[in-house]
Design a protein around this ligand. Structure first.
Ligand SMILES: NC(=O)c1ccc[n+]([C@@H]2O[C@H](COP(=O)([O-])OP(=O)(O)OC[C@H]3O[C@@H](n4cnc5c(N)ncnc54)[C@H](OP(=O)(O)O)[C@@H]3O)[C@@H](O)[C@H]2O)c1
Length: 247
């Protein structure tokens, strides 16, 4: 029987942010589609929990704080040849511009932009990507909107999605594809601790024609971008927003 172009069989894919939310669900979806996952995150218990949720054999867990030079170096040195890379690790901090401290701005930009930029550079230098690899960055819809309090977060994601487009054109001759996804609100632990009441949350969800997203809505789009079904797609940002922008 012909193999489906959506299959990830025989593909080895590194996923960051694998210990929670979208990264975790992406690992699960990749494994269900036949791929091998190298899952990385900081929290050992949660990363182990992700590993226990995967289908199939041969998956690897690797603890790393991606803002740490030594951790990034060890991660890159440990990598086999890859067919894909999903960068999902990220943090959200909501604070109006006038209260934004230098430290907070640095924390968000270092985590959401500098860490993946340096990690990607080092992976390219180490020649880990096979020809026809697919790379997906988890950006956000935030840079396309003007959401109060999101200056640091939104600008870090704008930079990440810009990196994706530039990088796409730098590796296109090797048939390596680079895209980003730009989700709106998805139900994950990222908003835990944010100063948002249940009433505000429910009211905001009503502004989404299809409601807030589930982690699988993002993970399934990422699987498509990783698979050869999307072999003509590079340098793009796929908006995943339940109709929010269109309405
Ligand atoms: N959920 C949404 O509504 C939404 C919408 C648009 C975009 N996004 C983006 O989607 C991505 C995933 O978000 P999520 O909702 O899945 O969030 P989450 O549940 O809070 O997960 C965040 C992940 O990032 C990892 N991480 C954070 N800082 C790290 C660091 N310095 N080094 C290594 N790993 C680090 C965490 O690792 P540990 O837990 O092990 O520390 C965790 O696995 C983020 O980039 C976020 O900005 C989310």
């Amino acid at each position: 029987m012909m193999q489906s172009p959506f299959s990830l069989t025989d593909k080895t894919i590194l996923v960051t942010g694998a210990s929670s939310g979208l990264g975790r669900q992406t690992c699960i979806a990749i494994s269900e589609m036949g791929g091998k996952v190298i899952a990385t995150g900081r929290n050992p218990e949660r990363l182990e929990e992700t590993m226990s949720m995967l289908t199939g054999e041969g998956h690897i867990a690797h603890l790393a704080d991606l803002v740490n030079f030594e951790d990034r170096k060890q991660l890159v040195q440990s990598l086999p040849k890859l067919n894909g890379f999903v960068h999902s690790a990220g943090i959200s901090r909501i604070i109006p511009l006038k209260y934004l401290t230098d430290d907070l701005l640095d924390e968000v930009h270092t985590t959401n932009f500098e860490a993946p930029a340096k990690l990607t550079r080092d992976m390219v230098k180490a020649r880990v990507f096979m020809p026809s690899s697919s790379i997906v960055y988890v950006g956000s819809i935030a840079p396309m909107l003007g959401i109060p309090g999101q200056c640091a977060y939104s600008s870090s994601k704008a930079a990440l999605m810009a990196l994706a487009r530039v990088f796409a054109m730098e590796v296109v001759s090797q048939k390596i594809r680079v895209n980003s996804v730009a989700p709106a609100m998805v139900k994950t632990p990222i908003m835990e601790g944010a100063a948002v009441s249940k009433e505000q949350y429910d009211l905001d969800e009503k502004s989404y024609p299809l409601g807030y997203g589930e982690p699988e809505d993002v993970a399934n789009a990422i699987v498509f971008l990783l698979s050869s079904a999307s072999k003509w797609i590079t340098g793009t940002t796929m908006i995943l927003d339940g109709g929010l922008i269109c309405k």
